[in-house]
Design a protein around this ligand. Structure first.
Ligand SMILES: *Cc1c(COP(=O)(O)O)cnc(C)c1O
Length: 391
């Protein structure tokens, strides 16, 4: 047995199955279905007696290549790709939960995930309790006999709170529940939740796996018996499947994932340090700043800080909006995970529809700004932000 290939090797070589043409780059199979040699073969493929491709809702060679590569990078037995990050989360819940079940979730998660839990799953008899993610005691207190799923993102967006995955895996194990970690911000380049004891990893591939703002995609990763025997059958039947074209784009994104995440992280740390020293900035949120409340945990759990830097501007909403409106380069959008840096005012965009009290309780202040640091020069980012911050 040879050595197991390293992460960098897997990122460019895992999942390749060449066609008889021996193409060097990964092939793109834009086909909805596959043909059979005979009626007997068709029957064998449909019954699962014979392995092989049937229909791209549930199997396509380009999608398979993406799944195998991402599984290798995340250290997962199995991976199923989905049409988006939200369909990955939905597929997980539909596959693993039934009416009467209960979810405990960190309150610092993606807005659409909160909506899915509170407005959609609730209609099917699935209840969710939200807790302060960084406090393991709060998770324990929220557990019920019906709790089947613990859900978290770390670091969180926009405040970059870091949750101890190993500690939460322990809580989940004792409760007989599954721990699901949305690894969107760190990706396997910086953090491996499954190695820390998580049962499932979720990805919005739309963000850093593509990393260039081109396509939507998602994935669910974990043990074969959960992913292939529960999540895949749901996907096969319900159809929130990844398109082959998007899978091909994402495959190429994975090849540069570590290089990009390290560059994003280095730039974000430099920008965070600069903001922290700026007289018009009240507070900076970035996991690899010594001032971050979970700095030690972040250093232990993540290889770098990733790209999200948030900061409170002195002077509240007016001052924060001035910073946004004075930018000439940074894109004003709530999206993230792109080569192009983006800036947003969470209080009036991503968190604008929750009550002022709920916002305050979540720590989203009126002066809070979030920058998702791209791959431009940090000096140019500073110039763009300094204009609105003034002296
Ligand atoms: C964007 C995002 C999602 C949803 O992904 P889509 O691909 O937009 O459906 C889920 N979780 C996190 C943390 C995200 O940032």
């Amino acid at each position: 047995m040879g050595k197991t290939p390293d992460f960098d090797t897997l990122a460019v070589r895992a999942g390749i199955a060449r066609t008889p043409f021996n193409e060097h780059s990964e092939a793109l199979f834009l086909t909805s279905s596959f043909v059979f040699d005979s009626a007997a073969q068709a029957a064998a493929r449909f019954s699962g007696e014979e392995e092989g491709f049937v229909y791209s809702r549930f199997s396509n060679p380009t999608v398979t290549a993406f799944q195998e590569r991402l599984a290798a990078m995340e250290g997962a037995e199995s991976c199923v790709a989905t049409a988006s990050g939200m369909s990955a989360i939905l597929s997980c819940c539909m596959a693993l939960l039934r009416s009467g079940d209960h979810i405990v979730s960190s309150s610092s998660i993606f807005g659409a995930t909160v909506q899915l839990f509170t407005n959609v799953l609730s209609r099917f008899g699935i209840e969710t309790t939200f807790v302060q993610g960084t406090d393991p005691a709060a998770w324990r207190k929220a557990l019920r006999p019906a709790t089947k799923l613990l859900f978290l993102e770390t670091p969180s967006n926009p405040l970059t709170e870091v949750t101890d995955i190993a500690a939460l895996a322990d809580v989940a194990r004792h409760a007989g529940a599954l721990l699901v970690v949305d690894n969107c911000l760190c990706t396997p380049a910086l953090q491996l939740p499954l190695a820390d004891g998580a049962d499932l990893v979720i990805h919005s591939a739309t963000k850093y796996l593509d990393g260039q703002g081109r396509v939507l995609g998602g994935a669910v990763l974990g043990k074969r018996e959960i992913v292939m025997e529960a999540v895949f059958p749901f996907l096969r039947t319900a159809g929130p499947s990844l398109s082959p074209f998007n899978a091909w784009v994402l495959l190429k994104g994975l090849e540069t994932l570590r290089l990009r995440l390290e560059a994003h992280s280095a730039a974000a740390l430099e920008l965070a340090r600069w903001l922290e020293s700026h007289p018009k900035v009240e507070r900076v949120y970035y996991p690899f700043l010594e001032s971050h409340p979970q700095y030690a945990l972040a250093k232990r759990q993540q290889r770098a800080g990733s790209a999200i830097v948030s900061f409170d501007v002195k002077g509240g909403r007016d001052a924060a909006w001035r910073v946004i409106d004075a930018t000439r380069m940074i894109s004003i959008t709530a999206n993230l995970g792109d080569t192009k840096s983006t800036i947003t005012h969470p209080g009036t965009t991503t968190h604008g529809r929750i009550s002022a009290e709920a916002r305050a309780a979540a720590g989203i202040g009126e002066g809070l700004l979030r920058v998702a640091v791209g791959l431009e020069s940090v000096e140019d980012l500073k110039v763009d932000l300094a204009r609105g911050l003034g002296q």
